[in-house]
Design a binder for this molecule. Sequence first.
Ligand SMILES: [Cu+2]
Length: 120
Amino acid sequence: MRTTPAATIGAALLLSACGGGGSALPPTEDGVLRVVALDKQDFDADMYEAAAGEVSIEYVLDGFQSHTLTVEGLEDQLHLEVGKASVATATINLEPGRYMLYCDIAGHRASGMEARLLVS
Ligand SMILES: [Cu+2]
C-alpha cells in the first residue's frame, strides 16, 4: 500500500491547525481582543488576555438580544453595544493589570456576563 506524500502533508497541516486546542482563551493572533456575547447571557470565555497599550476590542453578537461591553471602573472609556449591529469595535488604552469586563444591561452581569481581562 502506498500513501501519497501530498495526502500525508495535508493531514499533518490539518492536525497542526487544530492542535493545541483546549485553551480557555480565544486566540488574539491579529492583535484584536474578540469578545463574543451569547444570548444565554454569557461571554464566550471567562477570561481574556491582551497586551498593554492600545487594545482593540471587537464585540461580536452571537444571538439576537442587545448586549453591552464595558470595563469596570472605566465605563466612560469603553462602552460597546451590539443588538441592532452584530459587531462593535473600539480601542482603549490599558495599563498592565487585571480588569473586569461586563455587560451593563440590567441583570445580565449577575446572569454571567462578566469576565476577567488580564493585561500584561
Ligand atoms: Cu448582556
